[in-house]
Design a protein. Structure first.
Length: 277
């Protein structure tokens, strides 16, 4: 098992708030419908083998975007109505799919939000907002375990892709050193001027972290905080040296691993205070 029944419901409530806020932030910063419409060449969709389908109009896109914002907002605040959860999943997936047609990398970048939204919709994730225990603890435990496993798979997929595309040469330091020199922050550019052995060590550590993360979950399942802190430190180092932020992934380390279940009640209390005020 990747999770303990004790505190699972509270962790899911924290994950619901985290996922909801991340999805709302994503929707808020998406380009408006008219901008996407201006980038669409209708003839492109007719090219054989282009893989393009008829895209949404600007009005349809904006309507879906508003539906996603309202339904996900209601769900984030604790609404567990099945129609609301279906609308949240369907509209958010449709909006994501539409944006990904303009840049396929966009889907791979934040599709984890779709997965978390779907998993959390399988059970009641209101935590202390629920007047009574709405779902068996076994379900909450299973959903939390699935979310942790998916979190680990994101790392494993990243590490595996490095091995498949570059092979063992990825850890010789040349790839990372070049990235530091070309894309790095001031700290990254400084590191790019250090001996290549520095980049090689960093490359090996990064690859080992990503590939070993799933196994580490089993080994440290009773000490999830260690995994969460390591994950946050990993992303902080990437941000500090290359200014690359996978915030929508890293932020889930807090509810899934780092924060104690008791933090859910304090979080709800703060949100209530902010909303009432």
């Amino acid at each position: 098992m990747l999770s303990d029944a004790k505190g699972a419901a509270e962790r899911l409530a924290l994950a619901r708030i985290t996922t909801g806020l991340a999805a709302l932030n994503t929707l808020w910063h998406l380009p408006p419908g008219e901008v996407l419409a201006d980038r669409w060449d209708p003839n492109e969709a007719q090219e054989p083998g282009s893989g393009q389908r008829t895209r949404l109009t600007a009005e349809q896109y904006e309507a879906l975007r508003r539906l996603a914002f309202v339904s996900i907002g209601a769900w984030t605040l604790g609404c567990e109505n099945k129609a609301v959860k279906f609308a949240a999943n369907a509209s958010f997936a449709a909006v994501q799919r539409h944006v990904a047609q303009f840049d396929q990398r966009a889907w791979n970048y934040n599709s984890n939000l779709n997965v978390y939204l779907l998993l959390l919709s399988l059970t009641d994730s209101r935590g202390s907002l629920a007047k009574e225990e709405a779902a068996p603890p076994e379900i909450a435990t299973a959903v939390l375990g699935a979310m942790r496993l998916y979190y680990a798979c994101v790392y494993f997929q990243s590490g595996l892709s490095k091995l498949l595309l570059s092979g063992p040469s990825w850890v010789d330091g040349k790839t990372l050193r070049g990235s530091w020199a070309e894309l790095g922050t001031r700290a990254g550019k400084w590191l790019s001027r250090r001996p290549v052995s520095v980049a090689a060590a960093a490359s090996a550590l990064a690859l080992g972290f990503e590939v070993a993360f799933p196994a580490a979950q089993f080994m440290l399942r009773k000490r999830p905080q260690v995994l969460g802190v390591a994950s946050l430190a990993f992303h902080a180092s990437v941000k500090a040296t290359m200014d690359i932020s996978f915030w929508h992934h890293a932020v889930h380390a807090l509810p899934l691993f780092v924060l104690p279940p008791e933090a859910e009640r304090h979080t709800v209390r703060v949100l209530r205070h902010l909303l009432v005020r």
